[in-house]
Design a binder for this molecule. Structure first.
Ligand code: ZN
Ligand code: ZN
Length: 229
């Protein structure tokens, strides 16, 4: 049922990953974290057939939400984010002037259509996923957990998780940016909520390459020591 197209569009000053997801039997698609690389995202959209876009954000930092307003206006996309990210989104314009990067100078705070609830199963455009709240990098950081069918006849499937700026390949999110709390909270939440998933789960972070739960459990220097007993 979840025969899924997944495209990764890295770009912008912070080389942020925007994700495009679409079920092969739906005309609706999900855009996760549209950053400032709107041209590259448009290019990736151009070979897909769709009638509507739903934006689901992992969190509200500038590099993940800058493009939202563009897609809301151009495609009448709806915008969904956790309630605790409201102050982070509202800080977008001040963050933009603080960084002083030209591509962010005209940042517009996107209008929110609905709030994402944690630990909930959603179905959007024929895709099913579960939301996990993993605070630390920001108070309402959400991960989206999908199961993708590989070979329906044999019942083969794989688990994918879009994990925003919580955990990266060999690293973890910063806690000193807008809305960040502390490293202990972040590491505790990653350990409890992400590293307990199936080891083969593929993690798709907000920056950098994909990884797996197994790899991060074994070799992430921030998380090593958590599994020594
Ligand atoms: Zn962030
Ligand atoms: Zn980021």
């Amino acid at each position: 049922m979840n025969t899924m197209i997944l495209k990764i569009v890295p770009g912008g000053a912070f080389v942020e990953n925007t994700y495009i997801l679409q079920s092969k039997n739906s005309k609706e698609l999900i855009l996760v974290d549209p950053g400032s690389q709107t041209l590259e995202i448009e290019e990736s959209l151009s070979d897909l057939s769709f009638t509507s876009i739903h934006i689901w954000n992992t969190h509200g930092h500038l590099d993940h939400a800058y493009g939202a307003d563009y897609f809301i206006k151009k495609y009448k996309a709806d915008f969904n984010i956790h309630k605790k990210e409201i102050p982070i989104l509202q800080a977008m314009t001040t963050a933009a002037s603080r960084f002083g990067i030209p591509e962010f100078s005209d940042a517009v705070v996107p209008e929110i259509d609905s709030f994402i609830e944690e630990e909930r199963q959603y179905e959007v455009g024929n895709l099913n996923f579960k939301t996990l709240l993993v605070p630390g990098h920001s108070p309402g950081s959400i991960c989206f957990h999908f199961t993708r069918e590989l070979n329906p006849e044999e019942g083969l499937e794989e688990d994918l998780m879009i994990c925003g700026d919580t955990v990266f390949a060999g690293s973890v999110g910063r806690v000193d940016l807008t809305g960040g709390t502390n490293m202990e909270e972040l590491l505790g939440n990653i350990t409890k909520k992400i590293l307990t998933l199936k080891e083969s789960t593929i993690l798709f972070p907000g920056h950098g390459p994909r990884t797996t739960v197994e790899i991060e459990k074994e070799s992430n220097p921030f998380l090593s020591g958590m599994f020594n007993g």
